[in-house]
Design a protein around this ligand. Structure first.
Ligand SMILES: [Ca+2]
Length: 400
């Protein structure tokens, strides 16, 4: 009897032990943490106390577990950051300009080798990849999301002055500007998968004598999808806006005022496949706006201020007046080309497959011409008839 009780008790103990091991409260992973960094901080401890933040991104990164967030107080951080595991690095300022990660002109700013990485609400500037090669501001060989990021004033002697992507890249609500490459792609070189939304590429340069891709080059076999975005005022020998030898899909994009120094493909240079839907190609300078031996596929509702983009659907507008206003701040986090009231783009797209908003975040569609109800506009921006931008609109009225 005693032995039976002992056996039963032992069995019960094993059962309880097994239940204990299975109890989720004893096996939960370390909770995700927020690590605080400030220019007035000190690199000690785990950076989890907002009242006593750490000083550098690199120190906070070494304290982080996979999935943690490093939150940067407003200020400028001169650092070069290599990332190997899941992490979010985000600015705590009201705008990306308030939180700056500066490469010091000596190295890349961010190099991403592994993991799912998010950079949010900050500026990446003054990177120089002379010692490393591709990607002056950011080199991504993993999974990267740029959300509300400004990538500016970076330099690469090789491909991708602003960003080199060899992995999966998503860009949202961001600005890629004033970046320079001495080879291909002043703004973004894509040798992976890139998805770009609500973003602007402006004033990027590819400076080599015979190279291409002022704003963007999408390389062979790779894919780039761009929606509700603007490519304006970039320059290269050829393919000053977008150059492509892979597959590019454009929807509600505005490609304007780019300059091809060697007079070839000022808007788009294409040796792969580019499809256009509800896209404006306007006022690009140097050769034809669209050139190259690749396939140009119109999915309709496009606007060409000339007639070289092979827009051959009944809904396409050729030799049309886009009547773009200058690139500027017309609301939203990124600069855009708002439309003048006479623009042929107004109410000339289709509501079928039209995005729910425009590049600025203004809801689509809006009735822009007071006829036939609300209909989407061609390009990145939806015209608002009640909205007047005095600074630029009044001079335009005077010259009309
Ligand atoms: Ca409209």
């Amino acid at each position: 009897m005693t032995r039976t009780v002992a056996v039963l008790l032992t069995g019960l103990a094993i059962l309880l032990l097994a239940q204990g091991l299975a109890d989720p409260t004893t096996t939960t992973a370390t909770p995700l943490a927020v690590r605080y960094v400030s220019t007035s901080g000190v690199d000690t401890g785990a950076c989890t106390n907002q009242a006593s933040p750490c000083r550098t991104i690199n120190y906070a990164r070494t304290q982080s577990n996979a999935g943690d967030t490093v939150r940067l107080a407003p200020g400028t951080y001169v650092e070069n950051v290599n990332l190997f595991t899941d992490i979010t690095i985000e600015g705590a300022g009201a705008a990306p300009a308030a939180v700056v990660v500066d490469g010091g002109g000596a190295e890349r700013v961010f190099a991403i080798f592994n993991g799912h990485i998010t950079l949010r609400n900050l500026t990446v500037r003054n990177g120089d990849s002379t010692l490393q090669g591709y990607g002056g501001g950011i080199m991504n060989n993993s999974q990267l999301l740029l959300d509300r990021v400004v990538v500016r004033d970076n330099y690469a002697p090789n491909h991708g002055g602003g960003v080199y992507n060899g992995g999966h890249l998503t860009i949202r609500r961001s600005v890629i500007e004033n970046n320079v490459s001495d080879e291909v792609a002043g703004g973004l070189f894509n040798g992976g998968t890139a998805v770009i939304e609500h973003s602007t590429f402006t004033n990027n340069q590819s400076t080599g004598l015979h190279v291409y891709g002022g704003a963007i080059h999408n390389n062979s076999t790779w894919t780039l999808t761009m929606t509700n975005s603007t490519v304006s005022g970039n320059s290269a020998a050829s393919g000053a806006g977008i150059s492509n030898s892979g597959t590019v899909t454009l929807s509600h994009v505005t490609i304007a005022n780019n300059t091809a120094i060697l007079n070839f493909g000022s808007g788009v240079s294409n040796y792969g496949s580019v499809s256009f839907k509800s896209t404006i190609v306007s006022g690009n300078v140097g050769g034809a706006q669209c050139e190259g031996g690749g396939s140009f596929i119109s999915l309709g509702y496009n606007l060409d201020t000339g007639d070289t983009c092979r827009f051959n659907q009944a809904s396409d507008l050729r030799n049309a007046d886009s009547a773009l206003m200058a690139l500027g701040d017309y609301g939203g986090p990124t600069p855009t080309h708002f439309l003048r009231p006479v623009s042929a783009a107004i109410d000339a797209a289709t509501n079928t497959g039209c995005p729910a908003d425009d590049q600025r975040g203004v809801a689509r569609p809006i009735d822009g011409d007071g006829a036939n109800g609300a209909r989407c506009d061609i390009g990145a921006v939806e015209f608002e008839p009640g909205r007047v931008y005095f600074n630029m609109f009044l001079p335009w009225l005077m010259v009309r």
